[in-house]
Write a protein that binds this ligand. Structure first.
Ligand SMILES: Cc1cc2nc3c(=O)[nH]c(=O)nc-3n(C[C@H](O)[C@H](O)[C@H](O)COP(=O)(O)OP(=O)(O)OC[C@H]3O[C@@H](n4cnc5c(N)ncnc54)[C@H](O)[C@@H]3O)c2cc1C
Length: 438
């Protein structure tokens, strides 16, 4: 059996490792020109679901490298107003956790670092600079993937792991569409120094902060403290603005999410200093420390994105083409579940393909079993992620808007004073991050 994977992202590479370890032939084709191309620099939270998938698919020494390259785990989570007033503050030490094993924990990782870890030892499996265009099928079920340089590759199973704009999905399930949530975001990174640390509210200097303003916008901060200690590259970055951000340095990863209805129409085209200036304008009236955090970010680290969500897709008949990750279930970053669901897909599909290898299942049975399970847990993750990140514009309506903001803030402050309600809420956050119940 030969498996062809399109896309060397989170899901595709985890699957490739899992298959190779199982002795199944695998080839990955990636459109990026080199292993360090692309702006893959934002932060990703790997949940227990994701960590278990990595543990199961990666060689043990590579899983250890993954763990060693992650930032210190968070100890707190707080929700605040845009003026840094606390609404809810959660200390993770107060929450029960199953074990201290790395595969049962949360890991904060720079996506570029994770990408490099996942490429390690796979030089003979990945071909870079290969943009997939379409596939053709043969009478015996085998599939040929075609690339824009005129090359092709044939295998028994084609896996689309080519992200949210998947060409595999567009050809295979053209009715599987996405909806724009109407939300757009600007994110960036600010080096963590003694000064910049003070720009983050005290209770989230070792944690995750969420900031809600009166116009329905919200911000996040993640303080990334790398295990090898802080270096100060401020001078270097000042001399070379736009230099690729060094993700091994301690930093604060931040983002502001807003509605298209209040953002300028060209938000997605903004880059570098323009993007930072716009993030500052959108945050007008926010705490001066937040504005300072944005103003002192590395312009080369900015990302802008439109937040989309997959529409529900009716079940389809399994074939020798399948998909993992964002290619089949794009979700808002609301629950931090996108990469983790992609990793779980990789593990579930690998498990079925091992049973195909062992003659326990036919290839179509293996793909069908994976897809049936994946549709269930992915639908939950997509729904939960949308629920948490869905702006219906209420906050910006006259009269009712300020009232709804007041009600939301009062509700949060009440929950903050009732420990069992707070614990229930914290567990709710974990629902799609640490659950294999569906
Ligand atoms: C700002 C932000 C923050 C996020 N934070 C989190 C988080 O905290 N936790 C979490 O779980 N998820 C998070 N996510 C989501 C997560 O990054 C994605 O869900 C995850 O990367 C999906 O993995 P994937 O393998 O499906 O796709 P990707 O990682 O996007 O990989 C797709 C790959 O396919 C390649 N490709 C695309 N088209 C082609 C083609 N035609 N030919 C060849 N190759 C192609 C791309 O270059 C890419 O390498 C976040 C997303 C964003 C935008």
């Amino acid at each position: 059996m030969k498996v062809i994977i399109i896309g060397a992202g989170t899901g595709g590479m985890c699957l490739a490792h899992g298959l190779r370890r199982a002795g199944i032939e695998v080839a990955v084709h990636e459109r990026d020109r080199t292993r360090t191309s692309g702006l893959h620099g934002y932060r990703v939270g790997i949940s227990p679901n994701g960590a278990r998938a990595l543990r199961s698919c990666l060689p043990p020494e590579l899983f250890a490298t993954f763990v060693a390259t992650t930032a210190a785990p968070y100890t707190t989570l707080a929700m605040l107003t845009e003026r840094y007033r606390t609404l809810i503050s959660i200390d993770f030490a107060d929450l029960p956790h199953s074990s201290d094993a790395p595969e049962d924990g949360e890991h904060n990782v720079s996506r570029m670092t994770l990408r490099q870890v996942l490429f390690t030892g796979m030089e003979d499996v990945i071909t870079f600079d290969r943009r997939f265009t379409h596939y053709t099928r043969h009478a015996d079920g085998r599939v040929t993937a075609h690339f824009d340089d005129g090359s092709s590759d044939t295998g028994d199973l084609l896996v689309g792991a080519d992200g949210a704009s998947s060409r595999v999905r567009r050809q295979y399930l053209p009715h599987a569409t996405h909806t724009e949530t109407g939300l757009v975001a600007i994110g960036g990174k600010t080096l963590l120094t003694e000064r910049s640390e003070r720009l983050v509210p005290e209770q989230v200097r070792h944690g995750f902060g969420m900031y809600f303003d009166r116009r329905g916008q919200f911000g996040i901060t993640h303080v990334m403290r790398m295990p090898w200690g802080s270096r100060n590259d401020e001078e270097l970055i000042a001399r070379h603005p736009g230099l690729r951000f060094d993700n091994t340095t301690d930093h604060v990863s931040w983002a502001i999410t807003t509605s298209r209805s209040i953002a300028p129409p060209d938000l997605l085209e903004r880059t570098g200093r323009d993007a930072l200036a716009l993030a500052g304008e959108l945050s007008e009236g926010w705490d001066p420390r937040w504005l300072d955090l944005i103003a002192t970010a590395d312009p080369g680290s900015t990302v802008t994105l439109a937040i989309r969500t997959s529409d529900p897709v009716p079940a389809w008949t399994p074939s020798t083409v399948t998909m993992v990750g964002d290619a089949i279930h794009t979700m808002t970053p609301g629950r931090g579940a996108g990469a983790n669901t992609a990793l779980r897909d990789a593990r579930e599909l690998r498990d079925r393909l091992v049973r195909v290898r062992d003659g326990e299942l036919s290839l179509l049975e293996g793909v069908g079993e994976y897809e049936e399970l994946m549709r269930r847990y992915a639908a939950l993750a997509v729904r939960e992620s949308l629920e948490f990140m869905n702006d219906d514009g209420t906050a910006r309506r006259p009269v009712i808007g300020p009232l709804s903001v007041l009600a939301q803030r009062t509700g949060m402050r009440i929950v903050d004073r009732i420990p069992p309600a707070k614990r229930r809420m914290a567990r709710g956050f974990q629902k799609v991050r640490d659950s294999e119940l569906v």
